[in-house]
Design a protein around this ligand. Structure first.
Ligand SMILES: CC(C)(COP(=O)(O)OP(=O)(O)OC[C@H]1O[C@@H](n2cnc3c(N)ncnc32)[C@H](O)[C@@H]1OP(=O)(O)O)[C@@H](O)C(=O)NCCC(=O)NCCS
Length: 193
């Protein structure tokens, strides 16, 4: 007598190589642009809390402050099959006095650091937008461990300071290296193959 296959049995088995692929999956395309959607703002704030409160312990529960009401928020969004999926980086920019612009709260999700130049691209867009809006100076308080990154991107130290009990450099971008960036499209950043 021929035995029928057992159709009630569930097949949870997944090949180990598929699991490895799933864990290692990192999108190859990212939009670096001004935040335009509510979910992008919400996820950017969540990312900032994860980085500046939980990871770095610079703030207790929430890093938002009064500048957020005025600032332009930029985001790096990971795309899957061409569709925006997840905010994985952010920075904010603000004109603090006529022609004087500041950037702050630069953060990239830990899984996406050193992957697709997202920090560098956020800085490029931040300064480029400010330049297009009439910036004569663009500065940021840079945590000391990030000074080499900013130097490579044509920033110079104005003074060494301490903020939130941590060493910082107040740095200035060389505006001539940042072509004005107009419009809302931003850039597409790609992970190297
Ligand atoms: C600082 C920070 C935003 C940088 O983000 P990032 O996306 O890793 O930045 P980039 O990828 O542009 O550059 C970082 C490094 O990755 C390298 N890199 C980028 N893409 C790469 C790639 N595809 N392959 C190999 N290396 C790569 C860059 O050369 C750079 O090297 P360095 O460490 O020698 O400077 C991120 O580390 C972060 O969020 N840190 C915690 C919060 C923080 O410190 N904020 C800044 C406050 S001033």
């Amino acid at each position: 007598m021929r035995s029928e296959p057992d159709t009630t049995a569930t097949t949870d088995w997944v090949p180990a190589c598929a699991v490895a692929r799933a864990v290692a999956f990192v999108p190859s395309e990212y939009l670096v642009k001004p935040a335009s959607e509510r979910w992008e703002r919400r996820e950017a704030m969540r990312l900032r809390r994860a980085v500046f409160c939980t990871e770095q312990g610079l703030f207790e529960r929430d890093d938002r402050d009064a500048l957020d009401r005025e600032a332009t928020l930029l985001v790096a969004v990971a795309c899957v099959s061409g569709m925006p999926e997840q905010v994985v980086g952010t920075v904010r920019i603000l004109e603090s006095a006529p022609g004087q612009w500041q950037g702050s709260r630069l953060a990239v999700h830990p899984d996406y650091r050193r992957v697709a130049w997202l920090g560098s691209e956020l800085i490029r867009l931040a300064v480029g937008i400010a330049h297009a809006r009439g910036a004569r100076q663009f500065t940021a308080q840079v945590q000391s461990q990030n000074v080499p990154l900013f130097r490579r991107l044509h920033w110079q130290t104005l003074e060494e300071t301490e903020l939130q009990g941590r060493p910082h450099h107040r740095m200035q971008a060389e505006l001539a290296k940042y072509p004005p960036c107009t419009g809302t499209a931003g850039f597409v950043a790609r992970r190297a193959a």
